[in-house]
Ligand binder design. Structure first.
Ligand SMILES: [Zn+2]
Length: 288
C-alpha cells in the first residue's frame, strides 16, 4: 500500500515536472515570437522612413527641374536676360539701399564682394538670405598688391573665398578680377600677369566673369540719369547683358538709377537673373 502510494507520488512529481518544462518552453516560444514581431515592426518602420525620404528627395528634384524649366521658358520668351552685378561692396551706406530696391522689385543679382568687417558680415548674410549670388572680387582691390605677382592675385581670391565660406557656409568660385580681365593697369606692376592669372584661375576651379555693359558709375557717369541711360541704351536682345555696377560707399548715383533701370527693362520684356555656376561666362579679351 505504502509502496503503491510512493509510486503514485513519483508519477505525480514527474507529471508536474513535465508540465513545468512545457510551460517554460511555451513561455520561451512566446517571448521569441514577441521579440521577432518587434524586430519586424522596427525593420518595417525603418524601410518606411527610407522610402519617405526617397520620395521627398524625388519630389524636391522634380520641383527644381520644373523651376529650371519655367526659368528657361521665361528666358526663351523674353526680349533678353539681364545680370545685374555689383562690385566693391559690401558697404553700410550703399549695399542696404541696393538690397531694399532689389527686394522690392523681386530681382536677384550678383555681388562681387571685397574683404569685409563685422558690419559687412551682416550684409553678406542678408545678400545670401535674399537669394542673391555672392561672388569674389578679391581680398584686396589695391592694384599694386593684387597684381604684384600671379601668386598674390590667386591668393587674394582664396583668402576671400575662405572668409565668405566662414560667413555663409558656401565657397564661391565665381570671380571678377579687379579692373576686369582686360585691364591694362596691371602691366604697371607685372608684365603679362593677366594672361597668366586668367589661365591659373580656371585651372584652380574658379570661373571669371567680366561684363557687357558698363554703367559708368565708377567713372564717367556723374548722375543717376547718366547711369540709367548708360545701361538702358546698351541693352541687347541677348542672354548676355551683364551689367557692371558698384555698391561702394556713397554710390547714390546707382541707388538713384536702379529702380528705373529695372522698371524699364521689365516693361520692355527683359528678365533678370543672378549668375550661377550654370551661367555661360562673359569674358573680355586679355590685354596684358
Ligand atoms: Zn572693383
Amino acid at each position: 500500500m505504502l509502496k503503491r502510494r510512493k509510486r503514485y507520488n513519483q508519477r505525480y512529481i514527474l507529471l508536474a515536472l513535465l508540465a513545468i518544462i512545457i510551460i517554460i518552453l511555451l513561455i520561451f516560444l512566446i517571448v521569441v515570437k514577441v521579440n521577432k514581431n518587434k524586430e519586424r515592426k522596427i525593420e518595417e518602420a525603418r524601410q518606411a522612413e527610407i522610402e519617405r525620404i526617397r520620395l521627398e528627395e524625388e519630389k524636391k528634384q522634380e520641383e527644381i527641374r520644373l523651376a529650371k524649366q519655367k526659368e528657361k521658358e521665361e528666358e526663351d520668351n523674353a526680349t533678353g536676360v539681364i545680370y545685374l552685378t555689383f562690385d566693391d561692396g559690401p558697404t553700410t551706406t550703399t549695399t542696404p539701399k541696393i538690397l531694399d530696391i532689389l527686394d522690392e522689385k523681386g530681382v536677384k543679382a550678383t555681388f562681387f564682394v571685397l574683404h569685409y568687417d563685422e558690419k559687412g558680415e551682416e550684409l553678406i548674410k542678408r545678400e545670401q538670405e535674399s537669394g542673391h549670388t555672392i561672388a569674389l572680387h578679391g581680398y584686396s582691390h589695391e592694384y599694386k598688391d593684387v597684381y604684384s605677382s600671379p601668386d598674390a592675385c590667386i591668393e587674394s581670391f582664396k583668402k576671400l573665398q575662405e572668409q565668405v565660406y566662414e560667413t555663409t557656409g558656401i565657397k564661391p568660385n565665381i570671380i571678377r578680377f579687379p579692373g576686369g580681365s582686360s585691364n591694362t593697369i596691371s602691366r604697371k606692376y607685372y608684365d603679362g600677369i593677366m594672361t597668366e592669372v586668367t589661365q591659373r584661375a580656371l585651372n584652380e576651379g574658379f570661373s571669371y566673369f567680366d561684363w557687357s555693359i558698363d554703367s559708368g558709375d565708377s567713372g564717367g557717369a556723374k548722375t543717376s540719369d547718366k547711369v540709367y541711360s548708360n545701361v538702358i541704351s546698351n541693352l541687347r536682345a541677348s542672354k548676355k547683358n551683364v551689367v557692371l555696377m558698384h555698391d561702394f560707399s556713397g554710390n547714390n548715383k546707382t541707388v538713384g538709377a536702379l529702380a528705373g533701370i529695372i522698371d524699364y527693362a521689365k516693361e520692355n520684356g527683359y528678365v533678370f537673373r543672378r549668375i550661377t555656376d550654370e551661367t555661360e561666362p562673359i569674358r573680355h579679351k586679355v590685354n596684358n
